[in-house]
Design a protein around this ligand. Structure first.
Ligand code: C2E
Ligand code: CA
Ligand code: CA
Length: 714
């Protein structure tokens, strides 16, 4: 059947249209093919190239005409020469052609370091296998990023594991979800033991409560916090102190999922702080409070007393003659004595009483909330009593005593400085009243304390300003009344206070150490005076000079003396050094050495105030002593008190046994003089014969001595 023309035209038109449609669809596909980021290659079942896109030629760096050769050897050469492992590439292609329905995704590596992702998809036409679509994507950059990511993660983990600080993460309930090595190390646990453990399990209940509160607060506000004092109980039971930061841990969506932070071990730091605190507030020798903390406690007590109308008493305790123990037996010895004394005093106190060491041999006690000042008396008596028993230190038995001053708030002072000052003044009164006693503060004491301060500061310059002078008291033969010698007695012409007797300033000079220089001045002046008398033509007389215990122990004394004797050309046989029993009985071995050294120079010795101290006979026997001076307290009542008379008799007998000369001092009456004469005491000194004299008056005595003396006249 012949087609009609119309029919033919219609077919042509429709064919044309289909072609147009087809072309359109092909160009759409083409455009699609070119617009992807991947390089695409389509091959048929036999491996012949059907199609490819621009990107493919670019990725593989192959001129497109070579690809168009379809299956040409040159094409495969181009591909293989670029790869770092061409064999496995070829193998993979073979495998895939053997199994046309398999999809595959792998990576291919280039010699130049590039990495492609290779995707292969079976191509089906009308349900039949018709080849493959290969797509390639350059993933070199992605690999680099992954590698960098991996590396940086490792770096951070490395840092985390190697830092001193602990890093932890916990969930919202406080269970550990992550921690670094430092945390495990510090807590003495393995990671497994810690994982899942609650952070409240390894701390005290109070701490746990505190942590809970802080975590809650952070959860509520989102504001990070720092926990400064977090005590952790380690697995072995010991504790460590942490300082820890805490902040909220959120997931990617910002939802809180736990807490995290850094913790630092501050155990050592805390210990150092505690040590500093201790040093700032306690006395390291005795463990008692120091001045600073005592003042603090006292001011609180005063505040409380003000509110509750209470009474606070302050006791100021100063050991008697501690300085000489320290100077003669050494500081180490002195320290031990102080420790022992601190213990003794403490035993006299109640728990609620506060005791401190202010420094040196000074202790203070605060009695708070006492019903009446009587309690202070009880405590003071107890302390004095406790110190009566000797204290043994380094196998020495040391006898000590204390002088105690007491002051009471609110009666005596309005503030703590006033209280401390008053107690100090009262303590000085106790010293003046013969030591080993207690005294309450009285307003007159303030004046005394003021004077003491004044003396202390002016004493320093008294030597330079030539304010010292010596008086000379005659020593006589009690039988004939003839002059034997003089005792040099120190005076201080104070610019404001007038002439001062040594008892007022010698103790201060001893405490401040100025006694060494003053003592040297005394020796030099006395010897110079002696020389001037000799040069004036008088016959030689004895010159007695008082030596302080400190001066006696000073290592320069022998040299100083030798120097002075040489300077003044004094005959040492006429020089008699007066030493107290205390000076001679502390550290007797050392004492014997010094005595021997001076004795070798020809100097003589007297024991001053004999009978008031504790002398050991065995030492007395071994010392080269020439004279015993009976203390004037015994002489005073010798004519009326049989006890004192007996003591004086014993001393005189002792002197005779030890072949020492005996001298009575403070002889004021004829009765005393007669009694002494009846006991065969050879020498005497006292107002009965003469008071201490100025140098000019002493010369008058020397002149008179040339004439026959009249007993009992001045
Ligand atoms: P002391 O060594 O016992 O000196 C005797 C003291 O008794 C002197 O007091 C003297 O004035 C006083 N006195 C003399 N005769 C009588 C008397 O008949 N009745 C009374 N009641 N007293 C009399 P002074 O001069 O005030 O000296 C006191 C103490 O000061 C001395 O006691 C001595 O221990 C010390 N001292 C004096 N001068 C020095 C010195 O140069 N160096 C040192 N280290 N101490 C000195
Ligand atoms: Ca004397
Ligand atoms: Ca004396």
């Amino acid at each position: 059947m012949e087609k009609s023309r119309d029919q033919l035209l219609r077919e042509i038109r429709s064919l044309k249209k289909r072609r147009e449609q087809l072309e359109e669809s092909i160009s759409i596909k083409r455009a699609a093919l070119e617009s992807t980021a991947e390089g695409i290659l389509i091959v048929d079942g036999k491996g012949k190239v059907i199609d490819f896109n621009e990107k493919f030629t670019k990725l593989w760096n192959i001129p497109s005409d070579i690809v168009k050769q379809r299956g040409d050897n040159r094409f495969i050469q181009y591909v293989l020469q670029q790869l770092s492992d061409p064999d496995s590439f070829v193998d993979r292609i073979r495998e895939l052609y053997a199994d046309p329905d398999v999809e595959s995704l792998d990576e291919i590596h280039f010699k130049d370091g590039r990495v492609f992702e290779r995707y292969s998809l079976p191509l089906h036409l009308d349900g039949k296998s018709a080849g493959r679509v290969w797509s390639f994507r350059d993933v070199t950059e992605r690999g680099r990023i992954e590698e960098a990511l991996h590396k940086s993660e490792e770096k951070y983990r490395n840092i985390l594991e190697n830092i001193e600080e602990g890093y932890y993460e916990v969930d919202l309930a406080g269970n550990y979800t992550f921690m670094n090595e430092a945390i495990c190390r510090r807590q003495g646990c393995t990671r497994d033991e810690l994982m899942g453990m609650n952070n409240r399990e390894n701390t005290s209940p109070e701490n746990a409560k505190k942590i809970y509160r802080i975590f809650n607060e952070i959860y509520r506000t989102g504001v990070p916090a720092k926990i400064i004092d977090y005590e952790i109980i380690k697995k072995d039971g010991s504790t460590i102190n942490l300082e820890m930061s805490v902040s909220l841990l959120r997931d990617a969506s910002g939802k809180p999922i736990g807490f995290r932070g850094v913790s630092r071990d501050v155990t050592e730091k805390k210990k150092a702080e505690e040590r500093l605190h201790y040093l700032a507030n306690y006395d390291s020798l005795t463990g008692l409070l120091n001045r600073a903390l005592f003042r603090d406690r006292l001011s609180h007590a005063v505040e409380r007393a003000l509110r509750n109308r209470g009474v606070v008493a302050v006791l100021f305790i100063d050991l008697d003659r501690f300085k000489s123990v320290n100077d003669t037996l050494g500081h180490e010895f002195g320290d031990k004595l102080l420790q022992a004394v601190a213990r003794r005093i403490k035993e006299c106190l109640r728990k609620s009483d506060t005791i401190a060491r202010l420094g040196g041999d000074e202790f203070t006690i605060m009695l708070e909330d006492i019903a009446s000042p009587e309690r202070a008396v009880t405590v003071a008596k107890k302390i004095l009593q406790a110190l009566v028993r000797p204290i043994s230190v380094n196998e020495h038995e040391i006898y000590t005593s204390a002088s105690i001053g007491i002051t009471v708030y609110p009666g005596d002072a309005a503030d703590i400085d006033g209280l401390l000052r008053n107690a100090d003044s009262a303590m000085y009164l106790a010293k003046e009243r013969g030591r080993s006693n207690y005294q309450f503060f009285t307003p007159e004491m303030n004046a005394k304390a003021q004077e003491r301060l004044l003396l202390e500061s002016s004493l320093r310059r008294a030597l330079e300003k030539e304010e010292f002078l010596l008086y000379y008291q005659p020593q006589v033969d009690i039988e004939t009344g003839g002059l034997i010698g003089f005792e040099a007695l120190l005076r201080w012409r104070h610019p404001d206070l007038g002439m001062l007797a040594p008892d007022r300033f010698i103790p201060i000079a001893e405490e401040t150490g100025t006694i060494i220089a003053i003592g040297e001045w005394v020796l030099r002046t006395a010897c110079t005076e002696w020389r001037s008398w000799r040069d004036a033509g008088f016959p030689p007389v004895d010159m007695a000079v008082n030596i302080s215990i400190l001066q006696f122990r000073h290592r320069d004394l022998p040299e100083t003396l030798a120097q002075i004797l040489k300077e003044t050309n004094m005959d040492p046989r006429y020089l008699e050094l007066e030493l107290t029993e205390t000076a001679l009985m502390t550290n007797p071995e050392r004492c014997r050495d010094i005595l021997a050294k001076l004795k070798a120079m020809g100097i003589r010795f007297a024991i001053d105030d004999f009978g008031t101290g504790y002398s050991s006979l065995s030492y007395l026997k071994r010392y080269p002593i020439d004279t015993l001076k009976i203390d004037r307290s015994f002489v005073k009542d010798v004519a009326t008190d049989p006890d004192d008379a007996a003591i004086v008799q014993v001393i005189i007998a002792l002197g005779r046994t030890l072949r020492m000369c005996v001298m009575a001092e403070g002889v004021e009456t004829l009765e005393q003089s007669d009694f002494l004469k009846s006991q065969n005491c050879r020498k005497a000194q006292g107002y009965l014969f003469s008071p201490p004299l100025t140098p000019d008056a002493a010369v008058e005595w020397l002149k008179k001595a040339a004439r026959p003396p009249l007993v009992g006249t001045v």
